[in-house]
Design a protein around this ligand. Structure first.
Ligand code: NAD
Ligand code: FE2
Length: 380
């Protein structure tokens, strides 16, 4: 029986050099005064400025906002909305990784609505419409360009998500040229994050569906074949293109079949120790796969040929070994100790992970506090 709901971005353009045509897409969407939202690291690469010039030369005025912080805090969203309102913008371009795109989503809604941000957290709480929105990812990771989610830092160590279909943009524009300068360690971490999206969506206990399954498999094929090359030879456009497309497909997949314990155990690492989202996921991925093997072994075995080009034998053990091998090859840290976490912090991490019930309920195997502590301890 196939009962499911699947929602994604209505228009996707995936083309080398497509970013140079942003003005055309802005015009199609009726944008004349657009806010271009990005972060200082991206501005420093110099790749945004010529694109902004191109948009302006088509007669569209561009308000550049380049102060997005990683794991964007609430105050940043609110102050950006204030600028957007004052400047009377009529469209938004999110240009960057998940952080810039997540801010762009909320700015596109809040600029023309009075609903307070505090009332938007949770599922389907956004009441108003949004301004035209184009998302241009420059990392191959979160898939935020096709997810109905914006993740905001709400306190010292806490994050909350606004989940609403209004947050899906009018257009996701994928141009792999924008990712060639992404540093190796960010390529590795964001790439593993995207692979986790595909894996966790495939084994999710709720809302698993045929579209997400198909996308997860294709995403894993593309990314497992290219992640090592993209990390070690970032100028390989083919590998970059595989990663960008794979990450988007994984985003479409998990946006409709939600992620689980890897993300639940990763969030406390990000919140308490400011470890980037992708790296947090990578650290707990192998032990969570081992923990889940008794419940999701068959599903992991089904994914083996997609992470190990056509390999159909070896089952769950070979799948986990292959994923561990990829983490080795992209040279990400593998222990919490390396991240300056003390053994005495593990109990607090396990307590925090238990707060992520929204995600834990999707895990193929129930996770107790003791289980979480054992998982953290195994990679200490
Ligand atoms: N909306 C969603 O569906 C979703 C899903 C998962 C995570 N998230 C959120 O997304 C954020 C993480 O996003 P991210 O991992 O993409 O990282 P990011 O947006 O925080 O960017 C990481 C770093 O990469 C740099 N960078 C980005 N593109 C570059 C390029 N092409 N060249 C050089 N440097 C570049 C940025 O300057 C920044 O310093 C977190 O806030 C996380 O909670 C959102
Ligand atoms: Fe993620």
């Amino acid at each position: 029986m196939h009962n499911f709901e699947f929602t994604t971005t209505r228009n996707v353009v995936c083309e080398i050099g497509a970013a140079k045509k942003l003005s055309d897409y802005c015009k199609t969407l009726g944008m004349q005064r657009v806010m271009f939202i990005t972060d200082p690291g991206i501005l420093q690469t110099g790749m945004a400025q010529p694109l902004i010039k191109l948009i302006e030369s088509a007669g569209i005025s561009v308000l550049l906002y380049s102060d997005v912080l990683a794991d964007p805090p609430e105050a940043l969203v609110l102050s950006t909305v204030e600028i957007a309102r004052r400047e009377n913008i009529d469209g938004v371009i999110g240009f960057g990784g998940g952080s810039s795109m997540d801010v762009a989503k909320l700015v596109s809604v809040m600029t023309i609505n009075d609903q307070p941000l505090g009332e938007m957290y949770g599922i389907d709480q956004v009441t108003g419409k949004r301004l035209p929105l184009i998302q241009v990812p420059t990392t191959a990771g979160t898939g935020s360009e096709v997810t109905a989610v914006s993740i905001i830092t709400t306190g010292e160590t806490t994050k909350a998500g606004v989940v609403s279909k209004q947050l899906l943009p009018d257009l996701a524009l994928l141009d792999a040229e924008l990712t060639v300068g992404l540093p190796a360690h960010i390529t590795a971490a964001t790439g593993i994050d995207a692979m986790v999206h595909a894996i966790e969506a495939y084994t999710t206990k709720h809302k698993k569906n045929v579209y997400s399954d198909m996308l997860s498999k294709q995403a894993l094929s593309l990314m497992s074949a290219s992640i090592v090359e993209a990390v070690h030879n970032g100028r390989n456009l083919e590998a970059r293109s595989d990663m960008l497309l794979g990450a988007m497909m994984a985003g479409q997949s998990f946006s409709n079949a939600p992620v689980a314990a890897v993300h639940a155990l990763a969030y406390p690492l990000g919140g308490n120790f400011h470890i980037p989202h992708g790296l947090s996921n990578s650290l707990v991925l192998p032990p969570v796969l081992r923990f889940n093997a008794s419940s999701a072994g068959d599903l992991y075995a089904e994914l083996l040929p997609y992470v190990d080009s056509g390999n159909n034998s070896g089952g769950v053990a070979a799948f986990i070994a292959k994923i561990e091998g990829l983490i080795d090859e992209v040279e990400l840290p593998k222990t919490l100790r390396e991240m300056n976490i003390a053994e005495s912090d593990l109990a607090m991490l396990a307590d925090d992970a238990m707060l992520q019930q929204r995600l834990l309920i999707n895990n193929p195997r129930e996770v107790s506090r003791e289980d979480a502590l054992a998982i953290y301890s195994s990679v200490f």
